[in-house]
Design a protein around this ligand. Structure first.
Ligand SMILES: *Cc1c(COP(=O)(O)O)cnc(C)c1O
Length: 465
């Protein structure tokens, strides 16, 4: 066999060459229209290779064959979903994370990973103004962070009702009601489904303009005698709107049997970093758990999220596990006692690098800049005859171009300047824009707005003709 060290170095050099080409092209690369499943299968779908190949050939071959299906989603003119790019230090930190291949599950497997995660959790609490007594933990994203927060909520409620949900399950016990607004994110429902509440068990109250109707929520709470879980939304995915978290926290605190407030703030939590937008999350520090993403607005590579829980005891009771081979090690911290996984990626490194690169000022600047771009986008589109449907409170813009939104979004993607999607908001199909990439410039916004207006006009003409 060839020397493993030399093979690794050759493969890695090849990967770096391919990565260099990608990064150099990124700002100018057309937004990929997305290959069809048939095209991708033609490129990649084949029987398991019987014989091996050089590591560097494997890398080269995958990149060449996958190329037609690689979307420029980390580029500066990608405005679909809420995606974010890749900060330079986070990118390099992530590559190093794979290189050193640490298991972040328990202290003895990697003191470096464990301590980094602890520091990152503390930095993030400082950054967002969350209480230092909370436990923060890295996850694979906000869906998993929703699951972590809601598992702690379930544990807390079961203990108040005299049982142990993690130990005994929910069967045979009084149901634990969950209330949220109709704007609840699908991932919170998914977490509830997997926690045994059931996706459709959520009692939803109206959220005109994306913000929960607090009086309606108060009435719903008043109708419940036992402990209850309330899910607040900090950054609604269409409008970027926020529930009045302070009002929600006060209602929860005054509920006679107790109420746990979990806030889904996957990208909205970043408002807390900016002088200008901080008021939007005012009261979040009074919540019981908060979920957020690093791979969206912090511009860290996929996948990376974090969860914060105010009560470390119920948090640990809901997630910890033990085994004979795990006990006896000198574990100050066991990251895996606070999340679903056991073995886990050392996700702290890339986030540490991102926060070290930017500092508090840099993160604030990133958030302010994206929001300024979103407002400018709205202005240019308005000047061109489009109608902005939402109040642009953060980085999300909903646009009515007086033409079939899905057709316009598809034609814009095909035209190649920028990527956007469509959404349904209050029964209407609209273009949806999210500005979340650190590298986006004013020129990117103006070019993209011009392309959207031009394509929309063409689609209108085609439909009329
Ligand atoms: C993106 C998002 C999620 C899900 O996060 P993932 O990282 O994709 O798992 C949850 N809630 C909100 C509000 C989001 O925007």
């Amino acid at each position: 066999m060839d020397d493993p060290t030399q093979l690794s170095l050759r493969a890695l050099r090849r990967a770096v060459e391919l990565a260099n080409a990608w990064i150099e092209d990124l700002p100018s690369r057309p937004i990929n229209v997305g290959a069809t499943p048939h095209q991708m299968a033609e490129q990649l779908d084949e029987p398991l290779p019987e014989t091996g190949t050089d590591p560097d050939s494997a890398v080269t071959e995958w990149m060449r064959r996958a190329e037609p299906g690689i979307v420029t989603s980390s580029g500066p003119r990608y405005f679909g979903f809420v995606v974010g790019g890749t900060l330079p230090a986070a990118l390099a930190g992530d590559i190093l994370t794979s290189t050193i291949d640490q298991n972040g599950g328990i202290w003895s497997l990697s003191p470096a990973a464990a301590q980094t995660e602890l520091v990152v959790a503390r930095w993030l609490k400082e950054l967002f103004g969350l209480p230092m007594s909370w436990r923060g933990v890295m996850t694979s994203g906000a869906t998993m962070s929703n699951l972590v927060g809601l598992a702690a909520a379930r544990q807390w409620a079961s203990e108040r009702l005299g049982f142990d949900a993690a130990e005994d399950g929910l069967g045979g016990h009084p149901p634990i009601p969950v209330i949220s607004s109709e704007a609840i994110h699908a991932s919170a429902r998914k977490a509830l489904g997997n926690l045994g509440f059931g996706r459709s068990s959520v009692r939803t109250v109206p959220a005109p303009d994306g913000r929960v109707d607090v009086a309606a929520l108060e009435r719903e709470l008043a109708s419940i005698d036992g402990p209850v879980i309330v899910i607040g939304n900090g950054g609604e995915v269409n409008t970027g709107q926020f529930d009045d978290l302070k009002a929600l926290a006060e209602l929860c605190r005054s509920h006679r049997a107790g109420a746990w407030l979990h806030v889904d703030a996957a990208f909205g939590l970043f408002a807390a970093v900016s002088e200008r937008y901080r008021h939007l999350v005012s009261g979040i520090e009074l919540a019981d758990s908060v979920c957020a993403d690093a791979h969206k607005w912090l511009n860290v590579p996929y996948d990376s999220g974090f969860a914060f829980v105010s009560r470390p005891e119920v948090h640990a009771a809901s997630m910890s596990h033990s085994a004979a081979y795990l006990t006896g090690s000198t574990e100050q911290v066991t990251g895996s006692s606070f999340v679903l996984g056991s073995s886990r990626r050392g996700r702290g490194f890339a986030v540490w690098a991102a926060l070290r690169e930017l500092g508090r000022e840099g993160v604030a600047d990133l958030v302010d800049r994206c929001c300024r771009h979103a407002r400018h986008f709205a202005e240019v589109l308005t000047a061109g005859g489009a109608r902005i449907v939402n109040d642009v409170v953060l980085n999300q813009v909903l646009v009515d171009v007086n033409a079939d939104a899905d057709a316009v979004a598809a034609a814009v993607r095909e035209e190649g300047t920028c990527w956007l999607g469509a959404t349904t908001w209050r029964g209407q199909r609209l273009l949806r824009i999210s500005v979340s990439n650190y590298a986006t410039t004013t020129a990117d916004i103006e070019r993209s707005a011009e392309a959207i207006l031009r394509v929309a006009e063409r689609v209108r003409a085609e439909t009329a003709g």
